[in-house]
Design a protein around this ligand. Structure first.
Ligand code: Z5A
Ligand code: MG
Length: 218
């Protein structure tokens, strides 16, 4: 459909706080775009199925211990191993929806407050990865998030970590160069949130030619 028009795909990232509904909204967005006839793929990070992803999964479940820098670089490596496939899909006119990306990568590691692991350090391995054309940030209050299922099972799911992550994401959103970020109030009804996501995504896909070729994170 899109490739007939010779248009590249768009790189759409969905980021946000825990239990904001990222994964369920990504599935819904995939469905909505496919129904409209677009070529779309859905990718999530961490991708727990690759050899690197399996190490990350064991760590998150508390089955292994890794140095903070080491696990940080594994999360980044997990993105780098998928980056060529993302680039190829985009070049072939396929829009790629990505569930969590470099922003989660930098923020969760920095939230550990390891004195030798600043957010600046944490960002460096992300430099050069495909840059999102649009990043939807799903925002939710701690009270709303706590009402949703499955909390407290993995390593970072503690109140202290969640608060720090919230503050760090907030400071990232306030940086002036992040013009591709669109904040969505994810504490509402599922369908309302889905509609709020679909509009800017369709707009981005339509205007992707004016952005030019896929950019890289700087
Ligand atoms: N991490 C990292 O440290 N470094 C990195 O580079 C990356 C990640 C990429 C695992 O990630 C951990 O890895 C994560 C960050 C860290 N640590 N923490 N904490 P993950 O993506 O695998 O985490 P997850 O298990 O998928 O949880 P999540 O992403 O936080 O959840 P979500 O995707 O945002 O929400 P959901 O699964 O779609 O929905 C949660 C529940 O809420 C579910 O029962 C839904 O049915 C319900 N829901 C969704 N929307 C609504 C609305 N609108 N109303 C009511 N209920 C709703
Ligand atoms: Mg998720």
């Amino acid at each position: 459909f899109d490739s007939e028009k010779g248009r590249r795909g768009a790189l759409i990232v969905v980021e946000g706080l825990d239990r904001a509904g990222k994964s369920s909204q990504c599935e819904q967005l995939l469905h909505n775009l496919q129904t409209l006839g677009h070529q779309v793929r859905y990718i999530r990070f961490p991708d727990r199925n690759t050899p690197i992803g399996k190490l990350i999964d064991g760590y998150l479940r508390g089955q292994s211990h890794l140095d903070d820098h080491s696990i940080h670089l594994l999360f980044s490596a997990n993105r780098w191993e998928v980056a060529p496939a993302i680039q190829e899909l985009i070049a072939n006119g396929v829009t790629v929806i990505v569930d969590r990306y470099s922003y989660s990568g930098a923020v969760y590691s920095a939230a550990k407050r390891n004195p030798n692991l600043s957010i600046q350090w944490a960002w460096q391995p992300e430099v050069g990865l495909p840059r999102p054309d649009l990043c939807l940030f799903l925002s939710i209050s701690p009270i709303e998030a706590a009402k949703r299922g499955g909390f407290g099972l993995e390593r970072y799911e503690t109140d202290t970590m969640q608060k720090r992550v919230r503050d760090l994401f907030q400071s990232l959103l306030e940086l002036p160069h992040n013009d591709e970020i669109c904040v969505i109030d994810a504490g509402r009804q599922f369908n309302e949130v889905a509609q709020d996501i679909l509009e800017p995504v369709l707009e981005c896909m339509k205007n992707v030619d004016s952005i030019g070729p896929l950019r890289r994170l700087g």
